[in-house]
Design a protein around this ligand. Structure first.
Ligand SMILES: [Zn+2]
Length: 294
């Protein structure tokens, strides 16, 4: 089962969040029938969204990350609640896969290096805070790091990894780590942290060794006293429902609702996050129009 953990150094100077999202990314790959590069891109963004969602305090808060580069991937979208439960999709699930010499998937090639990362945070008030930065690499982790540095002025280290079987394209492991300096950190803290980060192995390498997410945080924070703030199970979850769709339809005009029905007199809506299909008959649509106007 996937898990997310948040740790803080006892001097309150550094926060570390780590996730094992292997099942989440496995589920996303299966749901959307993703190519290797699309799996890696969406998987990384799902890890980031889950960790950033988990940082939100309010119960009904959520975060929406959207990467849109000039590669053939198109938009990559991930949405997480404040527990870190997450869902997402990519515009082109079958983006071509190229590899670096190291054997790693060239995510930047598929995503594109020119474009934007948008971050929408809603604290449950319906009045979201939106930040946007230019992509700096298209590899996603660097783009998240840059977002925190430029948009929120929080010095951040972000590592995201998805290990895909080169033969059959299955997800073997996926995970992430975000380390943040909190206000008031001293220079020696920064030096110590930089040393730790420079020798940190990729997250999937650490997971493959059997390290827990707590082990990963402790390794990143070596030399500090570490306290666990919380640890939760996390899942790929979609909150879509027929009722939510109906509420959305009710915001449309009568004519637009009627025009959704096809020759067979049915309207079909497919959730882009989980591919669940909802069918509304002509009678269902008329009933909605009647309720809307009552
Ligand atoms: Zn859904």
């Amino acid at each position: 089962m996937d898990k997310i953990i948040r740790c803080i150094t006892s001097d309150g100077a550094v926060m570390a969040t780590a996730i094992d999202a292997s099942d989440i990314v496995f589920t996303a790959k299966k749901l959307h029938n993703l190519s290797r590069s699309s799996t890696a891109a969406l998987g990384r963004l799902l890890c980031a969204a889950s960790m950033m969602g988990n940082m939100l305090k309010q119960n009904d808060a959520f975060i929406n990350l959207r990467v849109l580069g000039d590669g053939e991937m198109g938009a990559v979208v991930a949405v997480a609640d404040s527990r870190g439960n997450v869902r997402g999709y990519v515009e082109n699930p079958q983006a071509a896969t190229e590899y670096y010499n190291s054997g790693k998937i060239n995510v930047a090639k598929a995503v594109g290096k020119n474009g934007t990362l948008s971050v929408l945070r809603d604290y449950g008030t319906g009045d979201p805070y939106i930040g946007q930065v230019e992509l700096v690499s298209g590899e996603i982790a660097e783009d998240i790091t840059n977002y925190f540095a430029t948009s929120e002025q929080i010095p951040t280290v972000c590592a995201l990894g998805v290990l895909v079987d080169r033969e059959d394209g299955e997800v073997l492991l996926a995970g992430g780590l975000i380390i943040q300096l909190l206000p008031g950190a001293f220079d020696d803290t920064i030096d110590k942290l930089e040393k730790n980060v420079s020798k940190l192995e990729p997250v999937t390498t650490m997971l493959a060794k059997g390290m827990s997410i707590l082990d990963i945080c402790k390794t990143a924070l070596e030399g500090f006293e570490v306290e666990v703030l919380d640890e939760y199970p996390v899942n790929y979850t979609c909150g879509c429902s027929r009722e939510k769709l109906e509420r959305y339809f009710m915001t449309m005009s009568d004519g637009d609702i009627r025009s959704m029905a096809d020759e067979k007199g049915e309207a079909e809506a497919v959730c882009q996050f989980c591919n669940k299909k909802y069918v509304f008959t002509k009678d269902d649509l008329e009933a909605l129009i009647a309720e809307k106007n009552s």
